[in-house]
Design a binder for this molecule. Sequence first.
Ligand code: GUN
Ligand code: FE
Length: 451
Amino acid sequence: MRKVSSILGTLIHAAECGRIEILEDALIEASPSGSIADVLTPEDKAYTDRLASAREQKGFLELEDGQYLLPGMIDLHIHAPQWPQLGKALHLPLEQWLQKHTFPLEAKYADLQFAETSYRSLVSTLLANGTTTAVYFGTIHLEATQLLADICLDLGQRAYVGKVAMDNPDQCPEFYRDAGTQKSLEETRAFIDYVRSLNQRGGDLIHPVVTPRFIPSCTDDMLRGLSAIAQEFGCHVQTHCSESDWQHQYVLDRHGKRDTASLDAFGLLTDKTILAHCTLADKGDMALMRKRHASVAHCPLSNYYFSNAVFPARMALDEGVNVGLGTDIAGGPSPSLLNNIAVAVTSSRALEEGVDPSLDGAMRGSSGARIDFREAFWMATAGGAAALDLKAGRFEPGYCFDAFIVDIKSAHSNIVGWPSLDGPEDILQKIIYGAAPDNVTAVWVQGRQVR
Ligand code: GUN
Ligand code: FE
């Protein structure tokens, strides 16, 4: 894979939540290890000399008119094995969708040939959409999940990968359930060992994640065991939290607690925890998440189908909770994080305005619930990185050189640039609402070109 030395052009990133920074004629330099060495603008004294020497180097690239460099996006919650059912069976409630469609599909990953075909197709599609980091749920199968890690390394995507743990016979069918609690815990350990050995060969691209599917599918012994493993290895933890009415009620009935409190009681709510959805989280849940420095993977498109509600993203930000974005494939029927940024904005507007026209306007919505494109873009980049303790998602020295080019003039582009009418932030909005893989003309992860 080719390495970049530096790029000259317009850089767009969210420097902080809610603030977009646009750097024109900027020179972004990569270090040999694939970090950002420096970002210079024409106001910098050294700019002219550095640009002259950059031009001499192999791996220098000058963006053309209509091309913009964005930080690589981070999919904070995605089920890799569900790729073959993208767009299917979205009419069912979560519990039926899992039992009738999702578990039977995931069970097929006992077949490594099937896994290979599906995982290669998914990872290359995500890269083509500008997703440079993904936080994956695999399946219960050790070998297939190891293969997912191999494929991410091979295709050059930064990945956080978990072997799914689910041992509760009340909730998991016999054909798709861990063979036993202890065996599953041993396989989680084996998976962590495997990923660490991969990194000795391939740099620091792949990371293991401890992955209790969600409270309903795990016994208490499993939750305790996984918590101990996460602590021992210092791994991230991912699970689903307060996603739907059924799921939320199930945990109340079984543990007499809300999801966040229950996870906390098992030691599974820490600064390394990524909680998918949290749609039904209230202020108390948010306060606990903030206290533990846990992060939310907001999956706005999936929430429309499976969550019975819209995640209060504004409340989470105001309560100081870190939030990233996830596609939740195949709960969410799109591999595009740009699409999910747009839906995060749209759904927050639906929450604010309300959606029932039979109600009086004053009664319809939840006032002050909106987020805007700046905040949603931050979630898909720097917010996701913060959840992973990863220096990525922004163009700053010392951060990973993870980036992609959007060319608004590519063939079949849906983006209409209008220089005499567009302000600088307008281009980013147009990219969010209009960009497709056709517009993503190059992608780098850790300084290596992967598309
Ligand atoms: N809860 C438990 N498993 C799943 C899953 O695969 N997708 C979603 N959206 N929610 C879940
Ligand atoms: Fe999910």
